[in-house]
Design a binder for this molecule. Structure first.
Ligand SMILES: [Zn+2]
Ligand SMILES: [Zn+2]
Length: 308
């Protein structure tokens, strides 16, 4: 296997692009494609203040590194500590070391302080899938935290695999409201309370961010969320990976199909409303975060009673 550019020995083969690269040309191609995606979709404006949601994993750190390199002075990092024992404390250390090394402004928010309870506590009381609670509160706190940091955009580390998974998940679960909100720049309307999200890594596969991270010798991310096995995403991920093996380009095609479809749809006006309880932006009268909170406290009041 030879590099498609210099014909030296390749270290990575990208079937979906029908290309292979040596170390040096892989790094060049990776950065070039991310930059192109950011520019093509106008994800960053020169006046933007970008808050990068950083989990400590390879995707978010890679994205933080690149945005900070290309848009110095415009980038800060924000971490949400869900309170997942034996996991989050390790990844937070990685983030803290990373932002210090690159001199990036950093803030941390926790479920415990921002919501009132940790994810571990929620999972002991409520029977739903941990990731569904986690997702709701993470989005909630990221938006609130970024707004407090005066951000105009939130960058999240979704790669091509994540995006293809999200598209399929929303189809499988008939999550149409969420379905139409995805894309490289999500959120359909501009609103000062709702910070729009950008996904700079959306056209890059997970395999590539892993390789980039490794070649760049960024700190190891060996920790996996202990709740991952419960995630519906986990099953979809497995399914898509299996399928991609024999049909390279499947994930990229899912995302491409989505984009063509949504281009037409987004011309339609879409309104944002505010939660009657907490006043945060949402798509219904009362936001998901407030509904889960209420369930949690209800359960705390009725200790011992089980839900059927
Ligand atoms: Zn090469
Ligand atoms: Zn609310």
């Amino acid at each position: 296997m030879k590099c498609s550019i210099c014909k030296e020995k390749a270290v990575i083969e990208l079937n979906y692009l029908k290309k292979a690269f040596c170390k040096e040309h892989f790094i060049d191609s990776f950065e070039e494609r991310v930059k192109k995606h950011v520019e093509k979709n106008k994800l960053v404006d020169k006046n933007d203040k970008i808050v990068v949601g950083v989990s400590g994993g390879k995707d978010s750190l890679t994205m933080l590194y690149l945005l900070n390199k290309w848009y110095p002075g415009q980038v800060s990092a924000l971490t949400v500590d869900e309170g997942i024992k034996n996991y989050r404390e390790h990844t937070i250390k990685i983030v803290e070391k990373f932002v210090k090394e690159w001199g990036i402004n950093y803030k941390k928010l926790s479920f415990k302080e921002g919501i009132g309870f940790s994810l571990d506590e929620i999972c002991k009381k409520l029977e739903g899938i941990p990731c569904s609670y986690c997702g709701v509160f993470r989005r909630y706190l990221l938006n609130k935290g970024a707004r407090e940091m005066k951000a105009t955009k939130i960058a999240i580390g979704h790669n091509l695999d994540d995006e293809a998974q999200s598209i399929m998940m929303n189809l499988f679960q008939h999550g149409l409201q969420r379905f139409v909100r995805m894309g490289p720049l999500s959120g359909v309307v501009d609103n000062e309370k709702f910070i729009r999200r950008i996904k700079p890594l959306r056209e890059i596969t997970e395999k590539e961010t892993r390789a980039y991270f490794f070649i760049k010798k960024f700190p190891h991310d060996i920790w996996e969320c202990p709740y991952m096995q419960f995630a519906f995403r986990h099953n979809i991920r497995k399914m898509l990976n299996d399928y991609e093996k024999d049909n390279s380009g499947t994930k990229a095609n899912i995302v491409k199909s989505y984009d063509s479809f949504i281009k037409k749809f987004k011309k339609t006006k879409y309104n944002i409303v505010f939660c009657e309880k907490c006043k945060e932006p949402t798509s219904s009268n009362i936001c998901r975060a407030c509904i889960i909170k209420e369930e949690f406290y209800e359960r705390t009041r009725n200790k011992g009673k089980t839900k059927n």
